[in-house]
Design a binder for this molecule. Structure first.
Ligand code: SF4
Ligand code: MG
Length: 306
């Protein structure tokens, strides 16, 4: 008998009946598919929680059939920290662009990495602010033009492009740090392997994984999709080299992280954000469909109390 799950999903999420909101040739769609495929292959779909950012990844909750939370700009790693600690059995995914993670959210991202939180972070780097119209980002390449740097980025005015993967690989706590691409079949094959590895680390509770994904943004790079994919190999990856910079998952024991359910539950109850707090084992419960909205409100205040 055929499963109706696929059609049920469509019924519940009418947005899935349309094409995605991504521009033609954008790297986000390919990355979404790789993540979803690997989550399905590992059989972890029912315990994966995605945290979405502000930016072109803002609508990831339309594309992943799982629990989703939305975070304020730059706060996805902080919201994911709360979710991960409050739900130790969950696989927590933070999905953030460069205008989010490498700009307003740098502190949140670095400190989550430095604590070695049990989460996987997908850092989608297209070296520009995509959703807001192609402004210069901390990751914009030297000499790259943008709507706010029409003559090209200079070190004198804007500093060097932030190399987040290298910075995070320099920290003690992270388990896996890598940079991959989704611009051609060869890079996609490597991306699949690394993403699977990162999700396995989450499944096995072995700490923090950071995967930077060089992602093409044809719209704001003012290139057609083919040119944009080629530009990643010819130019972008020279500044941001591909590679696995750190992988210590097989060395020693999994990093023990504190679980602060007590404070989380107490604060959530106080703010009226949960439907039920079981004081016996400090579990919290809420309807799955509402999780996104409740955590969205929770991100700004509650998580800070952890
Ligand atoms: Fe993708 Fe760029 Fe379009 Fe955003 S603006 S959806 S990053 S191509
Ligand atoms: Mg961007």
């Amino acid at each position: 008998e055929k499963s109706t799950a696929f059609f049920d999903t469509f019924e519940r999420k009418p947005s899935l009946q349309k094409t995605t909101h991504y521009c033609p040739g954008c790297g986000h769609g390919t990355l979404n598919k790789i993540i979803a495929d690997q989550v399905a292959e590992l059989g972890i779909q029912d315990r994966t929680i995605y945290v979405g950012p502000v930016g072109c990844g803002v609508f990831i909750y339309y594309y992943f059939e799982g629990a989703c939370a939305s975070a304020a700009h730059g706060r996805a790693s902080a919201v994911a920290t709360g979710i991960s600690r409050a739900n130790p059995d969950a696989i927590t995914v933070s999905y953030q662009g460069d205008g989010d993670l490498a700009a307003i959210g740098t502190s949140n991202a670095i400190h989550a990495a430095n604590r070695g939180e049990n989460m996987i972070v997908f850092f989608v780097n297209n070296n520009i602010y995509g959703m807001t119209g192609g402004q210069l980002a901390p990751t914009t390449l030297i000499d790259q033009t943008s709507t706010t740097s029409p003559t090209g980025r200079t070190v004198k005015n804007d500093g060097f492009p932030l190399q987040m993967a290298e910075m995070i690989a320099g920290l003690e706590a992270p388990t896996l740090v890598a940079r991959v691409g989704v611009n051609n079949p060869k890079n996609i094959r490597q991306a699949i392997k690394v993403i699977k590895r990162g999700l396995e680390i989450q499944r096995d509770k072995k700490g923090y994984a950071f995967i930077e994904v060089l992602s093409q943004c044809p719209t704001n790079w003012k290139k057609n999709p083919v040119e944009a994919c080629e530009w990643i190999d010819e130019v972008v990856s020279k500044q941001y080299p591909f590679g696995v910079f750190k992988d210590i998952a097989d060395e020693g024991e999994a990093v023990e992280r504190p679980c602060e359910r007590v404070e989380f539950a107490a604060v959530a109850e106080q703010l009226g954000l949960v439907d039920k707090v079981d004081k016996g084992d400090q579990q919290i419960e809420m309807p799955r469909d509402e999780m996104r909205f409740k955590f969205a409100g929770f991100g700004g205040q509650g998580i800070l109390s952890l």
